[in-house]
Write a protein that binds this ligand. Sequence first.
Ligand code: SF4
Ligand code: SF4
Length: 189
Amino acid sequence: MQSLSGRSKVVVNKRLTFLEKLYLPAIIGGIGITLRHLFKRKATIRYPEQKRSFSPVYRGHHVLKRDDKGAERCTACGLCAVACPAEAITMTAAERKKGEENLFREEKYAAVYEINMLRCIFCGLCEEACPKEAIFLTDRLVSTDYARDGFVYGKDKLVESIDKRIDVSKRQTPDVLEFKTHKQLTHNK
Ligand code: SF4
Ligand code: SF4
């Protein structure tokens, strides 16, 4: 029966010729292909000694951003978790207490925020869904490991440190960058 692609071959029980029975032409042909590839530019690199440069908008290890004053931007609204096709994000919301205004930007914040990096497909939909510019993907790599246990990343690995901010401007469009220059807007404070 003809396949839909039309690429199927009918298998025949053909008798081998004398040359085919020797296998030599096939072996020589195979060695020829190997030699040809020896002198071609290699498609692989010797990682980790050699590293390829990434696109500036490479989607890697997420960061949970702080605002200009150092308060966590995430308000635990859950939109990123709903948008995530891999169901990799979980969180527990908590209410900000008096005196914690410098720690958390909004009255509600994520007491627990976790991303399962083994589930994540680095699609960037969480970043697009976030109304608070709290989560971004960065050009950092998620570390490899032999065990699965350590791949649920919590706030300790996701929230940027106050004195070592992560620049995400490359992931923002010119319109967004222009909008962010309007410091009088609450969103940008
Ligand atoms: S990058 Fe995609 S898969 Fe990964 S956490 Fe965000 S939405 Fe989920
Ligand atoms: S990262 Fe953004 S979308 Fe996700 S819970 Fe926090 S504020 Fe909401």
